[in-house]
Design a protein around this ligand. Sequence first.
Ligand code: PRP
Ligand code: ZN
Length: 300
Amino acid sequence: MEPSEQRIKIAVQKTGRLTDHSIDLLERCGLKLTRSKDQLICYGENMPIDLLLVRDDDIPGLVGEDICDLGIVGLNVVEEKRLNRAADGRPTEFKQVFALDFGHCRLSLAAPEDAVYDGPESLSNKRIATSYVGLLKRFLDENDVEAEPVYFSGAVEIAPKLGRADYICDIVSTGGTLRANGLAEVDVLLESEAVVIQTRKPLGDEKQALVDKILQRLDGVLQVHESKYIMLHAPKEALAEIRDLLPGSEAPTILRLDGNDDKVAVHAVCRENVFWETLENLKAAGASSLLVLPVEKMLA
Ligand code: PRP
Ligand code: ZN
């Protein structure tokens, strides 16, 4: 095994909404992993890449301080850390690379079910419990409202019952936690999903090449997610119309059909979901022998 400083380290949430998806995604990039006994590290067996399993709130810091080269974390956590650093006049030491289309949730305001909310002005002079003071303050400033953020590091949803706050501002995914605590969502501050972040510190050539490779594979896995390979037969005179109907495809391949001069075979990769409706429209335009196949891997 390479010395530890030459291995890529990726920070991943230890337990929570993002954990399984994050590990699954990296495995689909071709990484074979074994967990350490204490479950805190996943060692890459076939590539010099290890995962550090940590609290999601610590991920931007670990990447920013160059302990990890990459991190997979919710946009909510990234934005909060960025605002906290900006408030202290410190630059952000990591950059956001791309969104991963899982771990969708939102940062919302919620109030006891019987409370009246007529927009941000209803928050005036109220106490709002949250772990997201930065994002909450930004929302209050944007709406020109004075209110009092009350910091809770966890279990924010019990603050109204304890008489510590009038509202809460917290992450909502299914809404189950709010319902269980007699709270109702009244406004949304941020739509969030998992994103990849990368250190801004320059890496050596070899490490950088490996980071680029893993990012390219991640991008490929994301593209494959909805991509389909479509094959069909098209009358030559309907070719232009049929091409226009193919969802999110680049130049299709046109092939001659043996013993048939009126029709051609069209093969195309569609980078969007192919719905029954699309197939029906293609058929109505004259296409026949339609086949839709899943795409297993893709490298742009
Ligand atoms: C959030 C939030 C709630 C829960 C809401 O916590 O604090 O506890 O998710 O989800 P629901 O709408 O599906 O019930 P999170 O998972 O971000 O945990 P963390 O603060 O410990 O990271
Ligand atoms: Zn957390």
